[in-house]
Design a protein. Structure first.
Lengths: 498, 135
């Protein structure tokens, strides 16, 4: 029964469409939003379980056989990403009950969130290059509206930068997809991978690979095309920036890993060597950018970039352990980063500002919040036994194994600076004497419970991954094995038709 | 400003355009046409009415909020993929009726999917046109 593969797309679509019918009922929207997310998470977990125990699941939509129709393919990597999308959808829906006010909810926050989820899940599942482009567009359109939703002035400024750069990336992507079709006559990723082996024009293939790298690189916010991210991610409400920070850039990383393990593997001494340099520059520029910021969410935004560097590094080193490390890193990072944005939202709720200079003294008044900040912050910096330590360990060890010492040095240095940034937020927001005793802007504690529950949930997952790193890493290793042996994927999709 | 020429012309054109949109919709079953273009024609009929008589009046004539149409359309499209699942075939596989309908030919889930597209296009275009005209 492979129709289960389509569920992560069908459930958010049904949720979003259903909510358009009950636009005026805010309460019902919130209930459907949470229930739909829970259903998505349940389907994703089931799908991951099936993939892990029975191997890659393939659904040929409309019974059109590959490579002629569109295949939905779920391997362990996709399964992990879907579960993460489900977790993010559920926690954001809960958090948004308190964080997204009636005006934005009435405008359709929840249906947009679920359309966004549909796009993300579609991108994780599709086995077709053009279809991947379409899912990226679905995702982008929903995110354009979400980032501008509410129409505050800084939001508009952020939205314009975000839209402009992402449209350029989409243009490059569709051009690259067109070139692939011209070269191989196919869009099915597995089929393209088979055909590209026979293509003699190495230069053309390399050019296309660079185009894909550029398109997904912009979407993943790697060096030197990351500027749109810190310019836009801190403008919308915390719930929206958390889901963006957690998931959106990681879809770009997912697409990078998918295409550069499955399709463009012929020339690693060029493509993957370039990725090593990009990864190192991304890590450094992100963390150095964060060091000078004094806005809670801007610090976090720059850290997304530096963390993306680690994931790309895992792909670039291109050994089974490194790829597994990259998968584990994504798994750890989505949960931790979204959680930090959630915490920043609570801080804003309590004190009315994101400005670290004006904040202070939160540890004295809200000890529990300090603890809830410390867990993801220390995990992000890579302090054992939290999840970030194991993620960094895997990447760094695989770097040592292939004797890429300089990039390992960069990774360790960036880890140290990450700790510096997290300590800075801790010292400024929680530890130091506040400049003024009362809240600075609008502050309210109503519905705070809705915001704390997702934070506790995500913190618990972070601790669980950290303490139970063994089973989590086993799943990541399985995903890594499938990724370094693309023939498994190709056989699953094309079957005997090769 | 109300124009009597546009107003009278619209009264004549709108039914024709709506009929034509249905024609394009059903023709698309086997020939050029279909839910997308049919939906666009229907939406332009209502847009023309909105230009001639005002958005308020156009909303009243449409009866349903365009955003509701959008939601219904998405659901209809989704539902069209389900019958195949119950026949344990892949999601979105076409399922066809045994008998032919006179003047139409064989009907099946693709027609239902097309209807969903029709509604989504009408709903989306009118949402945009109405809110632009009102602002």
């Amino acid at each position: 029964m492979t129709s289960i593969v389509s569920l992560p797309i069908v459930i958010p679509l049904a949720t979003a469409a259903g909510m358009l019918l009950v636009r005026r009922n805010i309460l019902l929207q919130r209930v459907i939003g949470v229930v739909g997310s829970a259903a998505l998470l349940a389907a994703a977990i089931k799908l991951l379980y099936v993939c892990y125990t029975e191997g890659i699941q393939v659904l040929q939509l409309g019974t059109w056989p590959a490579p002629f129709g569109i295949s939905l393919v779920c391997d362990v990597f996709s399964g992990i990403m879907l579960v993460l999308a489900g977790i993010m959808s559920l926690t954001t829906s809960l958090y948004a009950v308190a964080d997204i006010e009636r005006r934005r909810t009435a405008f359709g926050f929840y249906s947009l969130l679920h359309i966004l989820m549909m796009g993300i899940c579609g991108a994780f599942l599709t086995g077709d290059l053009f279809n991947l482009y379409v899912w990226f567009e679905v995702m982008l359109i929903a995110s354009f509206v979400l980032i501008a939703l509410g129409g505050e002035k800084p939001q508009m400024e952020g939205a314009i930068k975000y839209v402009a750069l992402n449209l350029i990336a989409s243009m490059i992507l569709v051009a690259a997809v067109g070139l692939v079709y011209g070269l191989t006559g196919s869009l099915n990723m597995a089929d393209v991978a088979v055909h590209l082996r026979d293509v003699r024009q190495e230069g053309v293939v390399l050019g296309i690979a660079i185009l894909f790298m550029a398109a997904f690189g912009i979407k993943a916010a790697v060096f030197p095309v990351f500027f749109w991210l810190p310019a836009s991610y801190h403008t919308p409400p915390a719930a929206i920036s958390a889901v963006f920070a957690g998931l959106l850039t990681k879809v770009g990383v997912y697409a990078l890993i998918r295409t550069f393990t499955l399709i463009f593997t012929e020339n690693p001494q060029l493509t993957h060597a370039a990725l090593v340099v990009i990864a190192a520059a991304t890590m450094l520029s992100g963390v150095l950018g964060a060091a000078v910021q004094m806005d809670f969410r801007r610090v976090l935004s720059f850290h997304i970039i530096s963390q993306i560097g680690y994931m790309v590094l895992g792909l670039a080193l291109f050994t089974p352990l490194a790829i597994a490390g990259a998968v584990f890193y994504i798994l750890h990072h989505i949960i931790v980063k979204a959680n930090l944005f959630f915490v920043s939202g609570v801080v804003h709720r309590l004190r009315g500002t994101y400005d670290l200079k004006k904040l202070g003294g939160l540890y004295a008044t809200h000890v529990w919040l300090g603890v809830l900040f410390m867990i993801p912050a220390m995990s992000l910096a890579g302090i054992p036994p939290l999840s970030g330590f194991w993620a960094k360990l895997a990447i760094i060890r695989s770097g040592l194994e292939i004797e890429a010492y300089w990039v390992v040095g960069v990774a360790l240095f960036v880890g140290l600076l990450t700790l510096y940034s997290m300590t800075k937020i801790w010292a400024e927001a929680f530890w130091k004497e506040p400049a003024s005793p009362g809240p600075i802007g609008y502050a309210s504690t109503s519905g705070l419970g809705w915001m704390v529950v997702p934070i506790v949930l995500l913190a618990a997952i972070t601790v669980a991954i950290g303490l139970g790193a063994e089973p989590a890493f086993e799943v990541a290793t399985k995903a890594g094995q499938e990724l370094v042996n693309p023939q498994i994927y190709i056989d699953a999709v094309l079957g005997g038709r090769q | 400003m109300k124009s009597i020429i546009l107003s009278s012309a619209t009264r004549l054109l709108m039914p024709l355009m709506l009929l034509f949109s249905l024609f394009a919709f059903f023709r698309g079953h086997n020939e050029p046409g279909g839910g997308f273009i049919g939906g666009l024609i229907a939406a332009s009929a209502f847009s023309l009415y909105a230009v001639a008589e005002g958005v308020e009046q156009a909303r009243r004539v449409l009866r349903i909020d365009p955003r509701t149409l959008l939601g219904i359309g998405l659901l209809v499209g989704l539902i069209s993929g389900l019958p195949s699942v119950f026949k344990s075939k892949a999601f979105m596989t076409g399922v066809w009726m045994e008998q032919t309908i006179p003047g139409l030919g064989k009907a099946g889930t693709p027609l239902l999917f097309d209807l969903g597209v029709f509604l989504v296009v009408v709903g989306f275009v009118l949402t945009v046109v109405f809110s632009l005209a009102e602002s």
